[in-house]
Design a protein around this ligand. Sequence first.
Ligand SMILES: Cc1cc2nc3c(=O)[nH]c(=O)nc-3n(C[C@H](O)[C@H](O)[C@H](O)COP(=O)(O)O)c2cc1C
Length: 350
Amino acid sequence: MTRSNSYPTDLSELINLFDFEQMAASKMTRMAYEYVASGAADEVTLRWNREAFDNIKLNTTVLNDVTKLDTSLSLFGKELAHPILIAPTAFHRLMHSEAEAATAKGAGLASATYVVSSFTTTPLEEIAEIATQPLWFQLYVRDDRAYTKDLIQKAESLGYQALCVTVDTPTPGIRDRQARVGFALPEDVIAHYSLGEIGAPKNPITWKDIEWLQSFTKIPVILKGILNHEDAVKAVQTNVDGIIVSNHGARNLDTVPSTIEVLPRIADKVNQQIPILLDGGIRRGTDVMKAIALGAKAVLVGKPICYGLACGGADGVAKVIQILKDELLLAMILTGKTSLASIDRSVIWE
Ligand SMILES: Cc1cc2nc3c(=O)[nH]c(=O)nc-3n(C[C@H](O)[C@H](O)[C@H](O)COP(=O)(O)O)c2cc1C
């Protein structure tokens, strides 16, 4: 048995995203929990991803008309109901027997865009059949570039609406906690598009590969894993459609800065030429607001989705997104902002 979520969870007990983590720890196998929860090495960046949000103070304003609130946005030519996306995370079958199918259903219930990982344990076709909200495909460029091209074209033909190319993982990070539990995939957890390729690529991608992808890809290309503002400038010069400021949930190189800390500098350099998204440590609606105020158009959530899945399958995933959205609405009311476009630096107490 790879998971222990056979008995139902009363989701009404789970009030915030931290509750989900606590509950998930008791629902998942030790190996699965350590896989999801751990960060690289000493987990310094993992702590900073949270502390940096906590250290940003918000600025309220009173007596504003906040009767009509709008969390919608337009991203890559599509209308989204709210700015909270499901980040790509691997191996959902470790967390729930319905795996990525449950995540897609949860995304549907919560009107959220779902970025499906290259390490999905459910075929892309099955997820596409179940999804009622936009799907994006997260790509790890494999050593076999012909296979990579086929995979992209498959995702496109199935209706995946954007290609999210992960650029921050030429080698996997040091994960002491995973090593301690001897992390290995159970036999029934099969990553369909990565057989034999889990580990460091022999031929990691470069900017030239991004140009190669762009030469045939028909959907927007987004680079996931930008932390350095000079890389952000190169991304703009390479004509990608968007970037995701991410430190891979603090799982790759320990002691890199938190994502919210690097966001303002990147936003300044990108100067609104392409949309910036951000992930890493988003656990509260106020974090979503802070990310938007400092230059992100939308955010993605990783670990809490895995915990939602472990606690309650599709309903758990949906509840995680719903809590964040409700908390964002509350933060909008209390800062006098009725739309995402109006959330600017004035909400940050400086
Ligand atoms: C269990 C787990 C698996 C992940 N798998 C992938 C993956 O397959 N591809 C990818 O680009 N990022 C992957 N990530 C990183 C997430 O997409 C995202 O950047 C990160 O989780 C965001 O931080 P958060 O977990 O604090 O929300 C993974 C993260 C976790 C926690």
